[in-house]
Write a protein that binds this ligand. Sequence first.
Ligand code: TUI
Length: 313
Amino acid sequence: MKNNRVCEILDIKYPIIQGGMAWVADSSLAAAVSEGGGLGVIAGANAPIDYIREEIRKTKTLTDKPFGVNIMLLSPNAEELSKLVCEEGVKVVTTGAGNPGKYMDMWKKHNIKVIPVVASVALALRMERSGADAIVVEGCEAGGHIGELTTMTLVPQVKDAVKIPVIAAGGIGDGRGVVAALSLGAEGVQVGTRFLVAEECNIHKNYKEKVLKAKDIDTIVTGRSTGHPVRALKNKLARQFQKLEKEGASLEEIESLGRGALPKAVRDGDVDYGSVMAGQIAGLIKKEQPAKDIIEEMFNEAFQVINVLKDRI
Ligand code: TUI
């Protein structure tokens, strides 16, 4: 890959990183993405610290290539996990759902490449000043915990505000999305939803089937009233959320409905009452494939799209 700082900084073949999807992104998926030429990422989420240590060690046995760990900053284990990545010699950290400023010096001292996920220009600027190596700029087309702005509007605004490389996320599922992201000024993409259906992704088959069957209008955002908006596929749980929010239920009532809902779907396969987090691009995703094929297909398609575009204007 020519002239691409994301590939240079991360020492990867294709400028694609896998979303650090909570309860989903384990050593199997992370190693497969890294072996496929992208950057695989293990999700820290709120898993026990010993489990994450084992997942990091397992990934090292599955691939010699670089991989990362995602730290979800709303999680109670964020502090402990921030130290663990230093102890285990992890090369890349991505963060989500907050400001990782207080950990940056420690990570930099351990030569860790830090890539915070941001949803605003203000946080992007703060992260650059704190020493971030690159930033993932995530639009609200993404699945899971999201910000307010779309990928189309946020990526160019962040690009104009910072010098570090921008990696676009939210709504990217094929080569057209890759080219669109590069056109907006990104030097790479982060992909979550399409990797949900990677062969090496160990989520329950009901979850994969629900993603594969999803149509364009099948996601919904709940939790706007609590300040923690989350995008997931519509189901009975989402309708319960919507009803509670419309009725003006208490914060505690709404948040308790969401507690444990993600593992219920990911692990137990309860796609009615569990939270089936996925992005708006789910409607585009039609088949299960090895992670390597997903990556190669996306970049082959991107090259073809660029060739067509050259003659269009
Ligand atoms: O973090 C994510 N996506 C996630 S985390 C997650 S785990 C979860 N489980 C149950 C309920 C809720 C979440 C599922 N999906 N994406 C990265 C992301 N970060 N998107 C938006 C943000 C963000 C938003 C506001 C980052 C920082 C921020 O403001 C921080 C500040 O201090 O300004």
